[in-house]
Design a protein around this ligand. Structure first.
Ligand code: HEC
Ligand code: HEC
Ligand code: HEC
Ligand code: HEC
Ligand code: HEC
Length: 232
């Protein structure tokens, strides 16, 4: 019997099936990339601010501690934002006439506070608390990235649920001595530069991390990944 379909049709249909599968995979990959990209996560995007405030200048070059401006970070869920008076404690004496600081002077004159654009923000249904992280040895840079190098503040991490969970499952990978929480130059120990802490030598983050998890009585991953921890 004569073939109904020419033999080449096989190749054709196979091609179009592969084509469809390939197209689907490409679309899925694209959707994934868009979802992960700076465009939708806003990671690494510099924000427009009323005053071009530089952490690089104030923290790294002038050596001002985080707590001078973010005064409640150790004792409350909210880190706190500096008032105009905090800026003026220095800028009524230095850089007094700088045009860059005009909005700060205007804010003082009109008694209307500066409106900083939020860089990090969680949806309202997520519970977060700064003070517990500070108390348990999680450094500012573990979540906010190299803030001491930023001329303009950007978000360093996605703040997605799986990002929180990753650390709640393995706090030993990030915990550091409490004395180092505010440091922007802290590096985890390594074979080349081990950390001597309380008279003992720690050549890796894992040895130090396991010790600090015990010392600070950090809760178990089971407790820390319970939905109620972050959704209450
Ligand atoms: C001289 C005051 C000052 C000091 C010191 C300071 N900050 Fe800030 N910080 C600000 C101001 C003003 C803003 C708002 C403008 C901006 O986002 O850059 C800010 C914003 C931030 C933000 C982003 C807030 C948001 O909207 O999500 C983070 C994170 C932050 N600071 C962390 C730190 C850390 C960590 C330190 C210490 C290493 C520090 N800051 C020291 C004044 C300060
Ligand atoms: C403890 C003192 C101190 C405080 C508080 C302070 N500054 Fe400054 N600021 C400085 C010094 C010192 C410089 C000079 C910068 C440099 O060259 O290192 C400066 C420079 C600046 C500049 C111009 C230089 C630049 O390019 O960054 C701006 C803008 C500025 N500060 C904004 C602010 C704002 C806004 C606040 C309040 C949130 C603030 N500062 C709080 C000490 C301070
Ligand atoms: C475990 C991760 C983590 C650590 C550690 C951390 N932050 Fe944050 N920070 C966040 C998140 C998440 C937000 C957004 C909070 C929100 O939207 O409710 C935030 C917001 C902020 C803000 C904006 C104001 C606010 O509280 O919402 C400032 C300022 C800030 N952090 C400063 C700091 C400083 C200073 C330190 C170190 C002492 C620090 N953070 C440590 C995750 C962290
Ligand atoms: C780099 C590590 C790290 C990251 C990232 C992190 N956490 Fe945590 N978190 C911890 C540690 C360590 C504790 C302290 C646990 C304890 O109380 O022993 C903690 C505690 C908490 C607590 C208090 C839990 C309790 O019951 O005492 C909340 C709430 C919390 N984290 C929310 C979040 C949220 C929301 C995020 C993401 C936006 C986040 N955390 C990201 C390390 C982290
Ligand atoms: C360590 C903190 C943390 C824990 C534990 C946690 N979540 Fe979340 N969850 C978050 C954060 C942060 C977001 C917001 C993520 C975003 O903006 O995309 C979120 C978002 C969500 C959302 C909204 C949809 C989405 O993915 O954005 C749902 C639903 C949710 N969580 C369910 C749960 C359930 C169920 C559990 C327990 C198995 C849980 N969460 C445990 C931090 C947490």
């Amino acid at each position: 019997m004569a073939q109904v379909f020419h033999r080449s049709t096989n190749t054709l249909s196979r091609l179009s099936i592969y084509g469809a599968v390939f197209l689907f995979a490409a679309l899925a990959a694209f959707a994934y990339l868009v979802n992960q990209s700076a465009y939708s996560t806003e990671v690494h995007l510099a924000r427009e601010q009323p005053v071009p405030f530089s952490h690089k200048h104030h923290v790294t070059e002038d050596g001002i501690d985080c707590r001078y401006c973010h005064t409640t970070v150790e004792r409350s869920s909210f880190a706190g934002m500096p008032s105009t008076y905090t800026c003026m404690s220095c800028h009524s004496k230095i850089w007094v006439a700088s045009p860059m600081l005009e909005p700060v002077r205007a804010s003082l004159a009109t008694d209307a506070s500066l409106r900083w654009t939020r860089v990090n923000a969680l949806p309202g249904f997520v519970y977060f608390d700064h003070s517990i992280h500070v108390a348990k040895g999680i450094g500012c840079t573990s979540c906010h990235g190299p803030i001491g190098d930023m001329p303009i503040t950007y978000r360093a991490n996605t703040l997605y649920m799986r990002w929180c969970i990753e650390c709640h499952n393995h706090p030993e990978q990030d915990v550091r001595p409490r004395e180092e929480v505010f440091s922007t130059t802290y590096r985890p120990p390594s074979e080349l530069s081990p950390l001597v802490y309380e008279g003992r030598r720690y050549p890796t983050q894992m040895t130090l991390g396991r010790y600090l998890v015990k010392k600070y009585r950090i809760k178990s991953p089971k407790d820390l990944t319970d939905c109620y921890t972050c959704h209450r």
